[in-house]
Design a protein around this ligand. Structure first.
Ligand SMILES: *Cc1c(COP(=O)(O)O)cnc(C)c1O
Length: 449
């Protein structure tokens, strides 16, 4: 995150600021997400610096990574575009103020009405398959598109470490496979028949795909663009959308690999991408947001179960679904804090860190060595700015927690602003402060998000 302090110090500072403002409270704000807008500005700067200044580059943030409208609006004000994957995200991108021509609509399941909406609004889109191509051709029969139209191809370079995140395998549900000669010929004919087709798009995969694999997928796509131009005799493809997928390091605070490393690999494998013939679109999501957000939750109870020590916290499957359901693929760090927001420094004790949901697997971590957690302590989950608190899971009717934005004041202080209010639960009694203080230290907390 930002400034000369370390990311851990920054999280501690934000946490103490949140406690001072009551944004975290053991009675009625037991869980919250935080977005660091200073860190986000630094990340977007690093992304823009990594690409050559003299090329036309649209950095379209993958909205699914964090689809909260104020976050999208912040990214817009930092100069980014937005990649969306359906009516929900398109609606939020427009609400966040992105001009339609800086929105890229990708999805393998665009409905006819979504396509009509996107084309009428002047949003750019990437067609996923031949059936969708026919629909779009039909809709464009009378009017040329107002924004570039591309086709998503699958360069078939194979998968990464997480199968569910790998989209360039032979059997992937995404795009038109370039490894299939028949499909390739058919796509060439489509470019010949439809002069409004001007772009190629690929997204090799997300977390778990090495940058080298992504760069080889982009290289295959750029090579196919060259083939289209050769076969059809002239410049037909004027832009390449290279997707996102830069992996994030969840083990510590280092930003590795960085966007500059990604571009180095792209230059090595696909030098023609940087030759000036193509406008470039990127669609990074996780690498833009993950390290610029964290989750904080109170420890409500602790217990011993068999030979396990267990801390029951308020952060579980509702804000960390991936980690809970696939802990091997999505491990998260956990930091322990005292109730006053100072870091706990006690000797590490092996313990399970559990969430509040009613199933045994709702664990943030099993057998994690941490200072012994006690009721009233706070756990912090770094690197959860993408695909975590912004993507709630509604099991048990667990409410969506508040999300707060944080940024520096000119005078060095921290300002907070609401990014999303906590979900209200009708019928939950409003706590009586006098009654609460009588019970302080007991278990008389009103259950609110
Ligand atoms: C998910 C997705 C992205 C973003 O992936 P990240 O790993 O978050 O960078 C970009 N493009 C498409 C088409 C996607 O499906």
């Amino acid at each position: 995150m930002a400034g000369t302090t370390t990311p851990t110090e920054r999280r501690g500072r934000v946490l103490r600021e949140a406690l001072a403002r009551g944004l975290l409270h053991p009675r009625d704000a037991v869980l919250a997400g935080f977005v660091d807008f200073d860190g986000l500005a630094d990340t977007v700067r690093a992304l823009r610096r990594a690409f050559p200044e003299d090329l036309e580059v649209l950095h379209a943030f993958a909205a699914k990574a964090n689809c909260l409208v104020p976050v999208l609006a912040e990214l817009r004000s930092l100069g980014m575009g937005c990649e969306v994957a359906g009516a929900g995200e398109l609606s939020r991108a427009l609400e966040a103020g992105f001009p339609p021509e800086r929105i890229v609509f990708d999805s393998p399941a665009k409905t006819l009405s979504e396509l009509r909406w996107a084309l009428e609004a002047g949003v750019s889109l990437n067609i996923d398959n031949f059936q969708e191509l026919e629909r779009v051709a039909d809709l464009l029969r009378d009017d040329p598109p107002r924004a570039p139209i591309g086709v998503r191809v699958n360069p078939g370079v194979g998968g990464g470490a997480i199968e569910a995140m790998s989209t360039a395998t032979e059997t992937s549900k995404f795009g038109i496979p370039l490894t299939d000669e028949v499909a390739r010929e058919r796509l060439l004919r489509a470019f010949r028949d439809h002069p409004w087709l001007t772009r190629l798009h690929t997204h090799v995969g997300s977390q778990g795909c090495p940058v080298d694999l992504i760069a080889r997928g982009v290289a295959g796509t750029v090579a196919f663009a060259g083939e289209i131009d050769r076969v059809l005799g002239g410049r037909r493809v004027d832009g390449i959308d290279i997707g996102g997928g830069l992996p994030v390091n969840f083990a510590d605070d280092r930003v590795v690999p960085g966007f500059d490393t990604h571009v180095e690999h792209l230059r090595r494998h696909a030098p023609a991408l940087f030759g000036g013939d193509y406008a470039i679109t990127t669609e990074f999501g996780r690498s833009v947001m993950a390290k610029n957000g964290f989750t904080a939750a109170y420890v409500e109870y602790t217990k011993e179960a068999g030979d396990h020590r267990v801390a029951i916290t308020h952060a579980g499957v509702q804000v960390a679904a991936r980690t809970v359901f696939a802990p091997g693929a999505w491990p998260l760090r956990i930091e322990a804090y005292h109730p006053d927001g100072t870091p706990k420094r006690g000797a590490p004790v092996v313990q399970d860190v559990a969430g509040p949901a009613c199933f045994a697997g709702d664990l943030l971590a099993r057998g994690r060595a941490l200072p012994l957690l006690e009721p009233g302590d706070i756990v912090v989950l770094p690197d959860t700015g993408a695909y975590y608190f912004s993507t709630p899971f509604h099991y048990n009717g667990l409410p969506e927690p508040a999300v707060h934005g944080v940024r520096s004041d000119p005078d060095g202080g921290l300002r907070t602003e609401s990014v999303r209010p906590a979900q209200e639960l009708p019928g939950v009694p409003v706590p009586d402060p006098a009654e609460e203080s009588r019970r302080a230290g007991g278990a008389g907390r009103t259950p609110r998000g």
